[in-house]
Design a protein around this ligand. Structure first.
Ligand code: HEC
Ligand code: HEC
Length: 215
């Protein structure tokens, strides 16, 4: 079994240009991509070079203090997957370190997604999009989400979306659904051609998935 230390060491050899500051100091770049110039496939963990576009600062801070599992099947990039299954939990940090790391992460941006509406959907529209999420587009076969009773359900091959509304920025969700290639060249998620109205409604639907609603 590989330990974090050996993973970090082997990762350090891989990461030639890491970003400056506290992310560097804490060795984040040994597993995570922190720079657009680095190539997508050399990392054992999800890309963070657009963290400032993707995440809500408060969620990042909580995650770094108290990490949660986001990809229940593990982060699969190839042979690392089996090793990843034996990994101890994500490193965690004090309040002070988590604040400094969050500030740095929020500064990592690669795009300026257009602003989108994030106000909640009406009850009727929510039911309609939930149906499409499950049936029409089959998102639920890869992503965990919440049913009307607040129970977690869904597949585990993609990142969990049960708290997408706490974790992700609405503008980024819309941009990911519209142009995933901006963020990931070789993604495993199918590419959808949604009309602008559907895209807007899916974004607002995902923003209603919140940890407060988990029963
Ligand atoms: C040994 C490898 C390793 C190191 C070092 C590491 N991480 Fe991670 N990190 C991971 C893995 C693997 C995941 C995916 C966890 C999951 O999906 O459940 C992850 C997930 C994350 C996420 C959520 C990303 C997303 O897209 O869901 C953030 C934010 C994060 N790490 C920040 C950091 C920061 C900041 C540091 C440095 C202080 C760091 N990590 C150090 C392996 C690492
Ligand atoms: C075949 C499996 C699959 C289906 C179906 C699928 N996704 Fe994904 N999705 C993924 C994977 C895997 C990722 C992680 C990025 C990657 O590897 O492409 C992802 C990433 C995401 C993300 C970003 C989450 C994050 O934390 O990075 C969102 C939001 C998302 N999908 C929404 C949807 C929606 C909405 C649908 C339906 C319209 C959908 N997905 C259908 C597999 C899937």
């Amino acid at each position: 079994m590989k330990t974090w230390a050996t993973l970090i060491l082997s990762g350090l050899l891989l990461s030639t240009h890491a970003s400056a500051g506290v992310l560097d100091e804490k060795g984040c770049g040994s597993c995570h991509r922190l720079n657009a110039e680095e190539t997508e496939n050399s990392f054992t963990a999800p890309a963070l070079h657009y963290a400032g576009n993707k995440f809500q600062a408060e969620w990042l801070k909580q995650f770094l203090k108290n990490p949660e599992v986001i990809r229940p099947a593990g982060f699969i990039t190839g042979p690392e997957f089996l090793q990843a299954k034996n990994l101890p939990p994500h490193p965690s940090f004090t309040e002070e370190d988590a604040n400094a790391l969050t500030e740095n992460l929020m500064g990592l941006k690669i795009s300026e997604p257009a602003a989108v509406a994030s106000e909640p959907l009406s009850k009727g529209l929510r039911a309609k999009i939930k149906y499409q999420f499950e049936r029409t587009f089959g998102c639920i076969s890869c992503h965990q989400s919440l049913n009307l009773a607040g129970k977690i359900r869904g597949g585990i091959s993609g990142p969990s979306l049960v708290n997408a509304g706490n974790r992700l920025q609405a503008d980024w969700i819309a941009d990911w659904l519209k142009s995933p290639g901006t963020y990931k060249v070789k993604g495993r998620m199918p590419r959808y051609k949604m009309d602008p109205t559907t895209l807007d409604q899916f974004t607002r639907f995902l923003m209603t998935l919140k940890k407060e609603n988990i029963k």
